[in-house]
Design a protein around this ligand. Structure first.
Ligand SMILES: Nc1ncnc2c1ncn2[C@@H]1O[C@H](COP(=O)(O)OP(=O)(O)OP(=O)(O)O)[C@@H](O)[C@H]1O
Length: 293
């Protein structure tokens, strides 16, 4: 008997999904599977539900939502032997996309039933984990606007990009120093990725792999609005490196020292985060999470 816990974010994506206990009982025959469905009621609730599921000896824990839900559930499974399942009912679904987990519900459930885990790398930023990417500069601004929108849809994401694009200017100078040798002054983009999909099938780091033991770093300095638009087109074509100002490299860790503004905004797996920390260590834990694919 396999004990599977599904943790569902009811507001992920359009908020419309067909997941229910009845539907799950239909896919997972009761003589072989013990199914539990839990629904998150507020931000970070999925973490609490996952903690309880671990104590309840779940064999598999399934995050049903987007990258934010996956982050909350998976963060508690790092370093354990419990595999993570993903039912991608979010908007961007970056990690699921990279792992080729379909958004078609029956196909995603079939992957969980097959129960074939693979180990993937996990990013660490100070005391937190990330599975897809983190970003400073423009991507953090987009997520800040997106977090304020009433829905989590592609349309709202585009609106957030548009707002961030027109509001993007710096009153104060922000300086980030990477490993005491690269100095970034008001960078337009500073993006660190474990995955080759950012969300919505777009990619800033198409060469990234979840299994190569490396973080992919993309830096775009302060550029004109025209170049920002050109970069937007290149992003859709998955060729951001074609812009000559783009700097791209791979590494196992980075130490970022921040000067200038007292509070730094970042996005971590598509969720907005603020920190007063002056120094940030971004590193990678190789093959630290079991995921069903
Ligand atoms: N009941 C709830 N009410 C409000 N927020 C919730 C609830 N349950 C979970 N959340 C929060 O919803 C946020 C968005 O979730 P998630 O990222 O999974 O969906 P998404 O944004 O549609 O997908 P993606 O990140 O892939 O674009 C997360 O920060 C999560 O903590």
């Amino acid at each position: 008997m396999l004990n599977i816990h599904f943790i569902v974010n009811p507001i992920a994506g359009s908020g419309k999904h067909r997941l229910s206990e009845t539907l799950l009982q239909h896919y997972f025959e009761p003589q072989n599977y013990l199914i539990t469905l839990k629904t998150s009621e507020y931000k970070s609730h999925a973490s609490e539900l996952t903690k309880a599921s671990i104590q309840q000896h779940a064999d598999i824990i399934v995050a049903c939502g987007g990258d934010g839900t996956v982050n909350e559930v998976a963060s508690l499974l790092v370093g354990t032997t419990i595999p993570l399942g993903i039912v991608p009912i979010g908007s961007g679904n970056g990690l699921a996309n990279n792992l080729k987990i379909p958004t078609h519900l029956a196909e995603a459930l079939e992957i969980i039933k097959k129960n074939q885990p693979t180990m993937i790398d996990v990013g660490c930023v100070n005391q937190r984990y990330f599975f897809s990417n983190i970003g400073f500069g423009f991507t953090a601004k987009v997520i800040e606007h997106y977090a304020a929108s009433e829905k989590r849809t592609w349309r709202c994401y585009l609106k957030a990009c548009y707002k961030a694009f027109w509001a993007y200017y710096k009153k104060e100078t922000v300086v980030m120093v990477i490993d005491d040798n690269i100095e970034l002054r008001n960078p337009f983009l500073f993006f660190i990725s474990n995955s080759n999909v950012m969300g919505y099938t777009m990619s800033l780091t198409p060469k990234a792999s979840l299994k190569d033991g490396l973080l992919d770093v993309l830096i775009v300095p302060n550029i004109s609005r025209l170049k920002m638009m050109y970069l937007g087109v290149l992003l859709l074509l998955k060729k951001p490196h074609a812009l000559k100002e783009v700097r791209y490299y791979q590494t196992t860790a980075l130490n970022i020292t921040q000067k200038g503004a007292p509070i730094f905004s970042a996005q971590i797996d598509g969720e907005w985060s603020q920190t007063e920390a002056k120094s940030t260590l971004v590193a990678l834990k190789e093959k630290a999470l079991n995921v069903l694919v």
